[in-house]
Design a protein around this ligand. Structure first.
Ligand code: ADP
Ligand code: MG
Length: 238
């Protein structure tokens, strides 16, 4: 586990500024949700933490290391995306093991980590199956399994549930929270869904047009929104 410090981080694509000096502190083991309308810069910020986008200004630190110039593989993070393409011709077990094999991890360690992840995610009976033989929820769990086996310091989720139907979304929300309660891995979770934010977060960061409008615990934002935007966004049904 590690704390993440995002300090005055800015991002421009060419001459277009999409993030304006954003600062967020994420404590060790905390579950922080970045929420805001489509296009406000959530994915860009998360991708900078992951090392998938360069930083135009400011610093990002994971643990006690500034990681601005580290490639993704050296950052000790694991990311789960909305389009979590599994390898169709690999089994559940092989899908989960793949990233570790690429890193030339000892096969005994790979086997032990895959077994542990399968236990945690209730995937043990499905290890020899192929993705097409799984339900949507099971596939989503395999995607999480691929992240868990890497034992990262930080989990990054980018709208991981937006391709699932409403009922499954509610179930996976609970599962991701339970996973966090069990592993206590520092997590940054991006969503445009205020219900997801309210039910999952220790701390919510409300974003709008590349800026942070308010940071606080779910009930703080609900009871004391800083402005009409936060009130409207947090208070309205999804
Ligand atoms: P969100 O995830 O909150 O929907 P994004 O971080 O994806 O928002 O995008 C923030 C802004 O940055 C948007 O205006 C988007 O069009 C722009 N943007 C994102 N990626 C790129 C890119 N590679 N090149 C140019 N503009 C981009
Ligand atoms: Mg996005």
């Amino acid at each position: 586990m590690a704390q993440v410090a995002i300090s005055n981080v800015a991002k421009a694509f060419g001459t277009v500024k999409v993030l304006h000096e954003v600062s967020v502190d994420i404590a060790d083991g905390q579950f922080v949700v970045l929420v805001g309308p489509s296009g406000c810069g959530k994915s860009t910020l998360l991708r900078m933490v992951a090392g998938l986008e360069t930083v135009s200004g400011g610093t990002i630190a994971i643990g006690d290391r500034v990681v601005n110039h580290l490639p993704p593989a050296k950052r000790d993070i694991a990311m789960v995306f909305q389009n979590y393409a599994l390898y169709p011709h690999k089994t559940v077990e092989q899908n989960m093991a793949f990233a570790l094999k690429l890193r030339k991890t000892d096969p005994a360690v790979v086997a032990e980590r895959v077994k542990r992840a399968a236990d945690i995610l209730d995937l043990s009976p499905y290890l020899k199956r192929y993705p097409r033989q799984l339900s949507g929820g099971q596939r989503q769990r395999v995607a999480m399994g691929r992240a868990i086996v890497r034992n990262p310091q930080v989990f990054l989720f980018d709208e991981p549930l937006s391709n699932l139907d409403a009922k499954l979304r509610v179930q996976m929300r609970t599962e991701i929270k339970e996973l966090h309660q069990r592993l206590k891995t520092t997590t940054i979770y991006v969503t445009h869904d205020q219900i997801e934010a309210m039910t999952m977060a220790d701390k919510i960061v409300v974003m709008r047009d590349g800026r942070i409008e308010q940071v606080g615990a779910p009930l703080e934002l609900f009871d004391r929104p800083a402005n009409l935007f936060v009130a409207g966004f947090i208070g309205s049904p999804s």
